[in-house]
Design a protein around this ligand. Structure first.
Ligand SMILES: Cc1cc2nc3c(=O)[nH]c(=O)nc-3n(C[C@H](O)[C@H](O)[C@H](O)COP(=O)(O)OP(=O)(O)OC[C@H]3O[C@@H](n4cnc5c(N)ncnc54)[C@H](O)[C@@H]3O)c2cc1C
Length: 115
């Protein structure tokens, strides 16, 4: 409890792991906190194993939406990872290439290096 850190990152999901890693590589002392457990479930590491993690509360928050007026008041299931790696650990591992025009637009708006 007496330890000090330059940064505390909450959530070791897709974004939190990358942010913590980059901060560490830059020489900062980082505490990365994750609500879920380790990623030892084998279906995290087997492509298409995600279908068995889709509603598995040991690695998934298993959220539900509020009743949605546009789908007849139904609550929709909202899976989200609760494990090291976050939703990236329970997702479909699908890679999609972004539209170049989107990136170029962000660069034109001032995001240097995104083009
Ligand atoms: C079913 C499904 C399939 C998907 N398939 C694909 C795919 O094939 N390809 C693709 O590119 N994208 C896919 N996605 C989307 C992608 O996985 C997410 O957009 C991405 O993982 C989100 O990253 P994130 O860092 O924002 O959040 P997350 O990765 O969800 O990370 C958030 C982390 O914070 C933790 N956390 C939350 N609250 C606290 C707290 N209070 N204290 C500590 N820790 C906390 C959570 O447990 C979690 O680990 C899919 C998403 C879902 C739901």
């Amino acid at each position: 409890m007496g330890e000090e850190f330059d940064f505390i990152v909450i959530g070791a999901g897709s974004a939190g792991c990358a942010v913590a890693s980059r901060l560490g590589e830059a020489g900062h002392k980082v505490l990365l906190l994750e609500a879920g457990g380790s990623d030892r479930n084998p279906f995290i590491h087997i492509p298409l194993g995600y279908s068995l993690l889709y509603d598995n509360p040991s690695v998934n928050w298993c959220y539900e939406s509020l009743p949605e007026p546009h789908v007849n008041g139904r609550r929709l299931f909202q899976p989200r990872g609760k494990v090291l790696g976050g939703t990236g650990a329970i997702n479909g591992m699908i890679y999609m290439r972004g539209q170049p025009q989107d990136f170029d637009g962000w660069a034109a708006d001032g995001c240097i290096g995104w083009g």
